[in-house]
Design a protein around this ligand. Structure first.
Ligand SMILES: Nc1ncnc2c1ncn2[C@@H]1O[C@H](COP(=O)(O)OP(=O)(O)OP(=O)(O)O)[C@@H](O)[C@H]1O
Length: 514
């Protein structure tokens, strides 16, 4: 049978950056109406390849064909003209504009000199309906959820006539329910004839929604497989080049004395109206991982800020190893042994324009081992940075390149390396494996367990229930700034957690029933 011409064909694409070949002779075909997953380790070269297809980078070698004709894609404008749309991980929307205004921005339909918003609304509604996106064109971006904002980004590409849609890790920012809905949207798009490239680290999503999957490792294509003819283990093995164990040896051992005590913590919201945290109390013992489940936005961020000192505590207290931290500064708390793997690494954990080496000592540069009396021992810093890069397998062209040049997953590995090796008493890990490939996830999980076995207290905040089950000794649920209950990892199940996550208290914890 004769194969139809692929909508996109990449032939022998090579892209070099100083010290690294990000794409090494990559060839890939995207068929019309298919969902083609792109799987690869952190730093394998996926984003680079998609940036080339979207015209953000020029390849050093290779050719791109769109619907059979050779194209030079010298910028996003050209890509859009060719019907290629990209849904980025970090949205580019104007917060105080409406959905429709954002979608038509730059190509507004006009009547005379004025913008024809009626027409814009109508077209946005039609597109939203056609693909089952359920977006209201009249609401403002700042009033809608992250999941909805992502749909606005999808609509933006469709409004510009995209036939080929690139999704760069679209589920990393979504809740479980939103992921489910996005999968359906992807299916709808494909059913309507759109062709989709989906970058994701989540094997379950690939198995659920894709037609084919291309695996890349260290810049090269390893294989392109038909999804229905493969499985998660085979994909994992192809991706990292070795067998990956999905099991962890979580030793059952008696935890030590209480390290962290959070007592009756109450925090007011910024508008001074409602509480963002109400009477939150819990303890974490040495050698214990305390998991905190909950839908994003129920007080998790405020709780972390209150423990690390970024937000003043109005009532209640935070005590670590017997020392009251409630009125102490952020830096004093760090010295007292509080470490954090923050959720938004680009804003909180790293300075992207600083070198890798400088980022590796961002929270420890005042230590005497890195210099004394204003003198900075660069050699010691470089040695430390090189050691961490090696030990944690941070893929970088060197320790003197800016952090910005590392792939997202490798930036995350860098923070984890830095914070874990600070030897803290308390480690707060917020979504520590977000954006990491499965090999790296396995590694981070092992290191967290190691930290636990060394007697540290770990607060693990995650939206991935599987991760919480796998890692935690106890799991609590936060809802609307309150702890709904706490369960031993043995007694926990989806149903109990689900009920608590939607605002029901555990029996015996006061209030409603679960
Ligand atoms: N602008 C740049 N300058 C220098 N090096 C770069 C640049 N962009 C990417 N790289 C390097 O190219 C390699 C591939 O990076 P890329 O972002 O494509 O990986 P990725 O597969 O998308 O990774 P992740 O899953 O972690 O997002 C990495 O080693 C990265 O450090």
């Amino acid at each position: 049978m004769e194969q139809a011409v692929p909508v996109v064909e990449l032939r022998g694409i090579t892209k070099r950056f100083p010290g690294i070949v990000a794409n090494d002779n990559i060839s890939l075909q995207l068929r019309k109406g298919e969902i083609h997953a792109l799987l690869g380790e952190n730093g394998a070269g996926k984003s680079t390849l998609m940036s080339i297809l979207f015209g953000l980078y020029q390849p050093d070698e290779g050719e791109i064909y769109v619907n059979g004709s050779r194209e030079i894609i010298d910028g996003p404008g050209k890509a859009i003209k060719l019907g290629i749309g990209m849904v980025h991980q970090h949205f580019k929307l104007v917060q105080n504009f409406t959905v429709a205004e954002n979608i038509v921005l730059g190509i507004e339909p006009r009547r005379g000199f004025s913008i024809n918003y009626r027409q814009a609304h109508r077209k946005v509604s039609e597109l939203s309906e056609q693909y089952g996106l359920k977006v209201d064109p009249k609401v403002q971006i700042q009033d809608i959820t992250v999941g909805m904002q992502q749909r606005v980004e999808i609509l933006k590409t469709l409004y510009r006539g995209a036939e080929i849609l690139i999704f760069d890790e679209p589920t990393a920012v979504l809740t479980v329910q939103e992921i489910h809905e996005l999968m359906q949207i992807l299916r709808n798009l494909a059913a309507e004839g759109k062709s989709i490239i989906l970058i994701t680290h989540k094997l379950k999503e690939i198995m659920e929604v894709s037609d084919r999957v291309t695996v890349i490792r260290r810049g090269r294509v390893i294989d392109t497989l038909t999804t229905s003819e493969t499985n998660e283990s085979e994909l994992a093995e192809k991706m990292v080049g070795r067998r990956v164990s999905f099991q962890l040896d979580k030793e059952k051992r008696e935890p030590g004395p209480t390290l962290l005590q959070v007592n009756h913590l109450t925090l007011r919201g910024s508008d001074k109206g409602r509480n963002v945290l109400t009477d939150v109390s819990f303890e974490i013992r040495a050698g214990e991982i305390y998991g905190l489940a909950g839908v994003d936005g129920n007080g998790q961020h405020e709780l972390v800020d209150a423990i690390t000192g970024l937000r003043p505590i109005e009532s209640g207290s935070v005590v670590l190893g017997g020392v009251d931290l409630t009125r102490k500064s952020v830096r004093d708390r760090m010295s007292a042994g509080v470490a954090q793997i923050p959720e938004d690494r680009q804003k909180q954990g790293l300075v992207l324009d600083f070198k890798v080496s400088e980022n590796m000592v961002l929270t420890t540069y005042k230590d005497s081992r890195f210099g004394r009396g204003g003198f900075i021992d660069e050699k010691a810093i470089n040695e430390h940075a090189s050691k961490l890069v090696g030990e944690f397998d941070v893929r970088t062209a060197g320790i003197h390149v800016p952090m910005r040049s590392l792939s997202g997953g490798n930036q995350q590995k860098a923070i984890i390396a830095r914070e874990l090796t600070r030897d803290p008493q308390l480690l707060i890990a917020v979504q520590p494996t977000r954006g990491l490939d499965i090999g790296a996830i396995e590694f981070v999980h092992e290191r967290l367990l190691q930290a636990k076995n060394e007697g540290k207290a770990i607060l693990l905040i995650s939206y991935e229930l599987d991760e919480l089950y796998k890692m935690s000794d106890r799991i609590a649920v936060i809802f609307d700034g309150q702890i709904m209950g706490e369960l031993d990892s043995e007694e926990v199940d989806d149903e109990k957690l689900g009920l608590m996550m939607s605002g029901n208290r555990l029996k015996g914890e006061g209030g409603g029933a679960a």
